[in-house]
Design a protein around this ligand. Structure first.
Ligand SMILES: CC(C)(COP(=O)(O)OP(=O)(O)OC[C@H]1O[C@@H](n2cnc3c(N)ncnc32)[C@H](O)[C@@H]1OP(=O)(O)O)[C@@H](O)C(=O)NCCC(=O)NCCS
Length: 160
């Protein structure tokens, strides 16, 4: 499966995968992805089965230590020379799950962030996924201040 970064041309497929993977209260809108793709297309990791987008991961780079709700909404806060790679969204289409697609994307994001000289990566997730991210070296830092979509989120960090 091919993994590559994004361009604005990928907008429709990204928005469509997102809406298949998240409930409406949590899914990022097409407009939000358009904004993100304008500010940080090279911090999207897309996985394709032939021409079809089946999974993706995205998040911007910042000097801020902690991931906040404001970051999800304001792509212009991206700072290409920032210390931390934030991870905002991870999605695999339902019919492609449980075969390591998301894992490959996470490993690619970790590799790229290391090569770019970042301090590490930060994400927020629901409790049920803490064990999953721990397998890649992310450490749980406890409950995040985020209440995105009305849910409880935990912040996890992988430091190089
Ligand atoms: C969470 C999500 C991205 C995982 O995607 P995925 O591509 O299925 O992820 P992986 O295949 O890497 O891992 C999923 C499970 O499959 C297992 N797995 C990985 N490779 C495997 C393989 N080759 N064969 C069988 N199982 C495998 C993993 O160990 C993991 O199991 P675990 O949770 O018990 O540890 C996907 O379920 C999704 O899009 N969910 C909805 C959106 C969401 O909640 N995103 C996360 C927001 S923080």
């Amino acid at each position: 499966m091919l993994i590559r970064t994004a361009t604005l041309q990928d907008l429709d497929s990204i928005a469509s995968v997102e809406s298949e993977c998240f409930p409406p209260a949590e899914a990022a809108s097409r407009e939000r992805f358009e904004d993100r793709l304008k500010h940080y297309p090279t911090h999207f990791w897309l996985m394709f089965d032939d021409e079809k987008l089946i999974a993706f991961l995205d998040g911007f780079v910042t000097d801020e230590q902690d991931l906040t709700d404001e970051m999800f909404a304001r792509a212009e806060l991206h700072n290409e020379s920032g210390k931390w790679q934030m991870l905002f969204g991870l999605n695999t289409l339902p019919e492609y799950r449980n075969r390591g697609c998301a894992g490959e994307l996470i490993n690619r994001a970790i590799k790229d962030s290391r090569e770019q000289g970042r301090l590490g990566l930060v994400l927020t997730c629901k409790e049920r996924l803490i064990h999953y991210y721990a397998k890649f070296g992310f450490v749980n830092e406890g409950m995040s201040e985020s209440n995105h979509g009305g849910a409880v989120w935990y912040q996890m960090r992988l430091t190089f």
